[in-house]
Ligand binder design. Structure first.
Ligand SMILES: Nc1nc2[nH]c(O)nc2c(=O)[nH]1
Length: 461
């Protein structure tokens, strides 16, 4: 089985430690992975089988091979507004940044998306998502710009067409000039799905429907967006239960907490995933588990904005699908997912004790868990024959990791490991720490230029 448009390469990776992140938690101290075209052909212990037509053979001694990391929440455009509003909670941070974000345009979003994707990819992310929710009039094709950037770098991508229609004059948090009309948001979202969404096995591009948050979106938009997504068979994404301020807003405005509000608008289901989910009581977690609603856990952003600590161990125990997200780069300047594996483990232990989350659970959140919440667990997220060849070869014999005997512990507890090879759909996206399809220094210069242009237009300089 191969997906049209991919090569018929056969790559043999041997002498690696293997963490398959399959249902049985299979690991091999020394093993192999064989890739044929865009698919994993076989995974096993010991020496690789003799196979015909090998186009590349990799001696991966000193490496760990894992499924590619999956990022489940981001706002790429924020790459141009990093390091601002440094000591603010979510609402103060948003109020400070909305006016600048309302000045973005297509070249800025393309540069920001390229920078964000480069950072993710060089750190082992093979599937990215972006939640873009600011669409100034006349700004150009912003969703198209990030879709282009993902295709240029070769990263598998879910573009979540976000929206805001609840301006300050109608009781929302964003200024009126930063929101769209309900009708325009719905029409543009439908058009994005019709134009770009590819539901096929092995798809490199999916679209999700993603109104922004309870305090920036009308009840009508939430309800209609859910109806639209279900009529098109695409997934739903939003921010939920992020802060105490959001909880207070929901109680004061709707007479109920965020999870009950989402349920009342059709927003719980196995086709929905929400970012953050920090302020969830037992009943909220049970509702997510009962309905199969997924969570994008963003520990660094939650710490940066002092939002709190999500109850990830309780969610996992209840059977809630949980993945990891870096969140937008204005609330997590690091922008790479290894930090989220590590912080998920460390921060959840601060709340739940030393057994709250293990290194293997953290790796699972960043791979299979992410695949689950993006609705792609049958295709990616584990190393199994027949799945897509999205995998990462982490170098663990360097100074940062060599003295740690357990390779999964080295990866999660240790510093970000160098990526020797990252394959997406069987094709190299990173080789020896460098992007194969773009020059990092050129991208860095481009993001600096566009960040300066935005700062000037927005009156920050
Ligand atoms: N962390 C974030 N939370 C948000 N809520 C909202 O409405 N927008 C954002 C955001 O950009 N980041």
């Amino acid at each position: 089985m191969t997906v049209e448009g991919t090569t018929a390469e056969r790559i043999v990776i041997e002498n690696a430690a293997v963490a398959a992140v399959d249902a049985a938690g299979t690991e091999y101290e020394t093993g192999y992975v064989v890739v044929a075209g865009n698919l994993i052909e076989s995974v096993g212990a010991g020496a690789a089988p003799a196979v015909e037509g090998v186009t590349r053979r990799i001696d991966a001694t000193g490496h760990l091979v894992t499924p590619g990391l999956v990022n489940t929440h981001h706002h790429f455009y924020q790459w141009l507004t990093r390091g601002l509003a440094q000591d603010s909670n979510l609402f103060a941070w948003l109020v400070e940044l909305y006016p600048t974000w309302a000045r973005i345009d297509e070249p800025m979003v393309h540069a920001a998306a390229s920078g964000s994707l480069a950072m993710l990819a060089r750190g082992g992310v093979t599937t990215a998502m972006d939640h873009h929710y600011v669409f100034p009039r006349g700004a150009g094709d912003l969703l198209g710009a990030e879709i282009r950037a993902a295709a240029e770098l070769g990263v598998r991508f879910t573009a979540a067409r976000g929206s805001m229609d609840l301006g300050r004059s109608a009781g929302g948090l964003p200024p009126d000039f930063a929101v769209e009309s309900t009708e325009r948001a719905l029409l543009a979202t439908e058009s994005a799905v019709d134009t770009h969404h590819d539901p096929s096995f092995g798809s490199m591009l999916r679209i999700a429907v993603a109104p922004c948050s309870p305090f920036s979106v009308s009840t009508e938009l939430l309800r209609e967006a859910a109806v639209l997504a279900r009529s098109k068979g695409v997934r739903l994404h939003t921010h939920g239960s992020e802060t105490v301020e959001e909880e207070k807003f929901c109680h004061e405005t709707f007479g109920m907490g965020p999870t009950d509000y989402f349920e009342s608008t059709g927003w719980l289901g196995d086709d929905v995933w929400m970012a953050h989910c920090v302020h969830m009581n037992d009943a909220d977690i049970a509702a997510f588990a009962r309905t199969g609603t997924g969570v994008a856990h963003c520990p660094s952003s939650n710490a940066r904005l002092a939002a709190g600590i999500a109850r990830v161990p309780d969610m996992l125990a209840a059977g809630v699908p949980v993945g990891l997200g870096v969140d937008g780069s204005a609330s997590n300047e690091s922008g790479e997912l290894h930090t989220e594996l590590r912080n998920a483990l460390l921060i959840n232990r601060l709340r739940g004790g030393e057994k709250a989350l293990t290194a293997r659970q953290a790796l699972r959140l960043g791979t299979y868990g992410g695949a689950q919440v993006l609705g792609r667990a049958a295709e990616i997220g584990s190393l199994e024959a027949g799945k897509l060849a999205d995998l990462v070869l982490w170098r663990l014999d360097g100074i940062g990791h060599a003295s740690i005997a357990d390779p999964v512990a080295a990866l999660v507890f240790g510093p970000p490991a160098p990526v020797t090879l990252s394959l997406v759909n069987g094709l190299p996206v990173v080789e020896n720490g460098h992007l194969t399809r773009a020059d990092e220094d050129t991208l860095a210069a481009l993001t600096r230029t566009e960040a300066r242009r935005l700062a000037e237009i927005a009156g920050l300089r």
